[in-house]
Design a protein around this ligand. Structure first.
Ligand SMILES: [Zn+2]
Length: 409
C-alpha cells in the first residue's frame, strides 16, 4: 500500500510536468502537452499490464481482459483548465492505474474486464462545450458538435484529425460498460472541514440559473420624498436577503448565489428605473430546486409593486449516482474503518454525463483549503490513502469478484 501511494505521488508530479506551458500547468486537449501526457499515461498502463488503445475522439483506454465481456470502467479526465493544478482529473486516472495494477499482481486476471480511461476535453478549456470524451462514450456527441471551434478558429474535428484520432466515424456508444467509477478531488472544503477522508457522492447537483428584474419609477434623488418613491433597489436588496436566509436554512444541501446586481441607469443622484439581479441555485435533489422555484415565486408576489419578472435561463435536474453503488461503497468504507460521508457534487464531472446511461459512482478525496482549478490544488498522500483503498476494494469486488472478507486483507 505504501509503495502504491508513493507511486501515485510521484506520478502526479510527473504527469503535471507534461502540462507545463510558460511556467503554468495547462494540458489543453489535442495539444503537444496533451500528447505528452497521454503518452506517459499509456506507458504506465502498459507497464501495469493493460492493453492500450485510443478511440476516435482521443479517449485513452487501458484494457485488462477478464473472462466475461462486461466491462468495469474507471478513470477520469486528463485535460486541465488554463493555469490549473496537478490533481483535478489526473488523480482519478493515476489511482485507477495503480489499483488495477496492484489487483492484477495479487489476483491475476479479473473476471469482468477492467478498463481504465483517461478522458479527453472535460474542462472545456479549449472547446467550450466540454465533456467531449464522456459524451462520446454514451453516444451523445454528434457530427455537428465537431464543428465547434476553439479561440483560433480550429474545429474540434480538425483538432482530433490532426492528432490521428478521428477518421470520419464517431465511436459507437459503449453498450458493454456495466459500471463507471471515478475518483476525484472534492474541489470544495466540506471533507477537510469535517476531518473526513472520503466523500461518497450521491448526486451531481442540478441547477437553476436566471435573472429577475424589479421595476421602479426613475426620478430625482434630491426632490422626490421617500414616501412618494417607487425605488426598486431596496426591494431587490430585501429579496436577496430573504432568499439568502432561505438558502442558509437548507444547510449543506443547497447553494445559492446572487453574483450580479445592476441598477439602471446607475447614477448616484437618480432613483433607479429598474434593478436586474442574477441567481444561481444548485442542489443534489430536485425537490429542493422545486422548492427554490416556489420560494422565488412566493417572494416575488410580496414585491408585486415592483412588477418583478423572472427568467430561467438554465434548468438542469440533478443526476443521481447509482444508489446501490453508494451503499456498496459505504459498506466497504465501513469495513475499512474509513471516515466517510455522503455528499452531492457541486462541480460538473464526466460522471454526470456517463451517469445518464451507465451505473455510475464517484469517490471524493479532500482538497486542501477547498482549492481547485489553481496551481495551489493539493491533496496530501495520507488524504488520498482512504479513497484509493476504497476504489481498489470496489474494483476487487466488482471486477475480480472477490469479497473484501475473502482474504482478510
Ligand atoms: Zn475534474
Amino acid at each position: 500500500m505504501d509503495r502504491e501511494l508513493k507511486w501515485i505521488g510521484q506520478s502526479i508530479e510527473q504527469l503535471a510536468e507534461t502540462g507545463k506551458k510558460d511556467g503554468a500547468y495547462w494540458r489543453a486537449s489535442y495539444t503537444p502537452e496533451d500528447h505528452r501526457g497521454a503518452a506517459l499515461l499509456q506507458q504506465w498502463m502498459e507497464d501495469a499490464g493493460f492493453q492500450t488503445y485510443f478511440d476516435a475522439v482521443g479517449n485513452l483506454y487501458g484494457r485488462m481482459e477478464g473472462t466475461s465481456d462486461a466491462v468495469i470502467l474507471t478513470g477520469s479526465h486528463r485535460d486541465t483548465v488554463a493555469n490549473g493544478g496537478k490533481y483535478d482529473g489526473a488523480l482519478g486516472i493515476i489511482t485507477a492505474i495503480a489499483a488495477g495494477s496492484a489487483l492484477y499482481r495479487t489476483y491475476g486476471k479479473p473476471q469482468k474486464t477492467l478498463e481504465v480511461v483517461a478522458l479527453c476535453e472535460e474542462e472545456g478549456s479549449r472547446f467550450l462545450s466540454g465533456y467531449i470524451g464522456s459524451r462520446a462514450i454514451i453516444g451523445a456527441l454528434s457530427p455537428a458538435d465537431l464543428q465547434e471551434v476553439d479561440e483560433d478558429g480550429i474545429s474540434l474535428q480538425t483538432a482530433m484529425q490532426t492528432c490521428g484520432y478521428y477518421d470520419g466515424v464517431l465511436p459507437k456508444p459503449r453498450e458493454d460498460v456495466e459500471q463507471f467509477l471515478e475518483l476525484h478531488i472534492e474541489q470544495g472544503g466540506i471533507l477537510e472541514k469535517n476531518g473526513i477522508h472520503v466523500g461518497i457522492v450521491t448526486a451531481m447537483v442540478g441547477l437553476l440559473i436566471g435573472d429577475i428584474v424589479f421595476h421602479g419609477a426613475q426620478n430625482h434623488a434630491g426632490t422626490t420624498p421617500m414616501d412618494l418613491r417607487c425605488d426598486p433597489v431596496p426591494a431587490a436588496a430585501s429579496f436577496v436577503n430573504t432568499l439568502h436566509q432561505w438558502a442558509m436554512s437548507k444547510g449543506h444541501n443547497l447553494v445559492c448565489t446572487v453574483g450580479n446586481i445592476t441598477a439602471s441607469p446607475g447614477k448616484s443622484n437618480v432613483i433607479a428605473n429598474h434593478v436586474r439581479l442574477t441567481f444561481d441555485i444548485r442542489a443534489g435533489r430536485q425537490s429542493l430546486l422545486d422548492e427554490a422555484k416556489e420560494t422565488i415565486a412566493f417572494l416575488l408576489k410580496k414585491f408585486a409593486a415592483y412588477t418583478p419578472q423572472v427568467t430561467y435561463a438554465c434548468q438542469e435536474t440533478p443526476v443521481p449516482m447509482d444508489q446501490e453503488g453508494v451503499q456498496h461503497l459505504e459498506t466497504l468504507a465501513d469495513k475499512q474503518g474509513a471516515a466517510y460521508m455522503r455528499l452531492a457534487s457541486g462541480a460538473g464531472h464526466d460522471a454526470q454525463i456517463i451517469g445518464q446511461r451507465i451505473k455510475t459512482n464517484m469517490i471524493f478525496v479532500p482538497s486542501k483549503n477547498g482549492v481547485s482549478h489553481s496551481p495551489d490544488e493539493f491533496t496530501a498522500l495520507e488524504d488520498i490513502a482512504a479513497g484509493y483503498q476504497l476504489l481498489k476494494a470496489y474494483l476487487k469486488e466488482s471486477a475480480w469478484r472477490r469479497k473484501e472478507a475473502d482474504d482478510g486483507r
